[in-house]
Design a protein around this ligand. Sequence first.
Ligand code: AMP
Ligand code: MG
Length: 503
Amino acid sequence: MQAMFHRPDLPTADLAWLNSSEKGFASLGEAFATPTEPTPLPAAHWVGCNDALRGALGLPTDLWEQQEALELFSGNRLTANQPIYASVYSGHQFGQWAGQLGDGRALNLGAIHTPEGLQEFQLKGAGPTPYSRRGDGRAVLRSSIREFLASEAMHGLGIPTTRALCVTGSPAHVRREEIETAAVVTRVAPSFVRFGHFEHFASNGQIEELRALADHVVTAHFPELQEKQGADRYVALLHEVTQLTAALMAQWQAVGFCHGVMNTDNMSVIGLTLDYGPFQYLDGFDANHICNHSDHQGRYAYARQPQIAYWNLFCLGQALMPLIEEQAPALAALESYKQSFPEAMDQRMRDKLGLTGAHEGDRALAEALLQALQKDHVDYTVFWRRLSVAVRESAQSAQAFEPVRDLFMHREVFDAWCIRYLDRLGPANRQSTGDAMLRTNPKYILRNHLGELAIRQAKTGNFAMVQDLWQVLHAPFDEHPTYEAWAGLAPEWASSIEISCSS
Ligand code: AMP
Ligand code: MG
């Protein structure tokens, strides 16, 4: 078994920035990090490069010209100081205990000290690992481009996420529903620890490993909890993760993001958006939207996400019980979600609506709006953007809300809502309120059809749209006059794009 994951013929990358003595997650030892070498890909080439992230991480300006970097990010080089490894985790998938999973196609290059703090680097799609089960350890060009664009879009929107530094491609074939070509995404995050990591060691009765993992997460990511001892520390950890998850859910809901596979192995313990598969940003508003074609029951439908996150937190709580022991404090930590999520959601909606202060009727006002949007499946992003512009223009024009009204079939429903809304807005300075709303409600999101067009072009060897779309999504609140069309409504054919779990 071991031989399959050890390839002594691979050369080592001689990149100064990579020679980190930091250990990060790998400091936990071999029960957590299984040395695994990547499987090379032929004729690797760049597909997408995140130069903003390169700069933020303090990586060399000529990184994208370095052949060794291209080879490293394609799994064709080893690292000098630290072994490349895969980690084991378990999890609940679609509500069922799935047992052992793990990094089936993710390989960790280790932690590197950057101006953004210690960051873990991970290759997704660089070949099989001891946790690949029946998978090939590969990722296809299509899904890799989607992850590259979606994670930058998330970052641009100010929503916590793993980042993608680059995508490399290869002509090597990968079999999915049809034959596609291989790609590797280099992901970067302060931590890739999942709820499922905790579930793994708890379910195996490996309590010392469970404690070591919890202590590592506290030391590395919640240092203010270090002074707490014993069970208190793990209760506090559960509370913090609960808070971060509540905040993340409010951000997803506010921007209309559907994750698609909220299994516990895809939940980040530091509250990041993690594992981009069949995700989708809503076009027309539909609370019941299911973006994952394989999710027949709609478990992960848009409106269910906050509740599913809460369910997932209970799995994490269960996994921490050997360290917490008493049920009451664990339940109290979890139940803080019932207050934090609605509060965070209310605040997000107030921000989107340009409302200051908290009034009693605000939640009802937001709910009435969502019902109106639902009734006509109004485009969620276009609505908010037009509303922001309308508020700003309403300082001068009595007709300012006409373009918003035009989005509705049932105009009388919008009119009735708008009267309530304007009443609540009151005498606020419309110009500055509208400006603030334009910084809250993005003009650009990664619509399915935009990703699809970039992918189609990339399949012909032209990566221009990948890079242009990246540029726009990096700054989604700004105007990009050249790309005005990308802010428009989805075309008719967009609804026929089917996103499966296959990636
Ligand atoms: P996901 O639904 O993408 O979060 O994946 C669930 C599990 O399957 C994880 O343990 C992945 O590492 C693993 N997996 C998914 N795709 C592959 C693949 N092509 N090869 C090996 N493992 C995979
Ligand atoms: Mg996953």
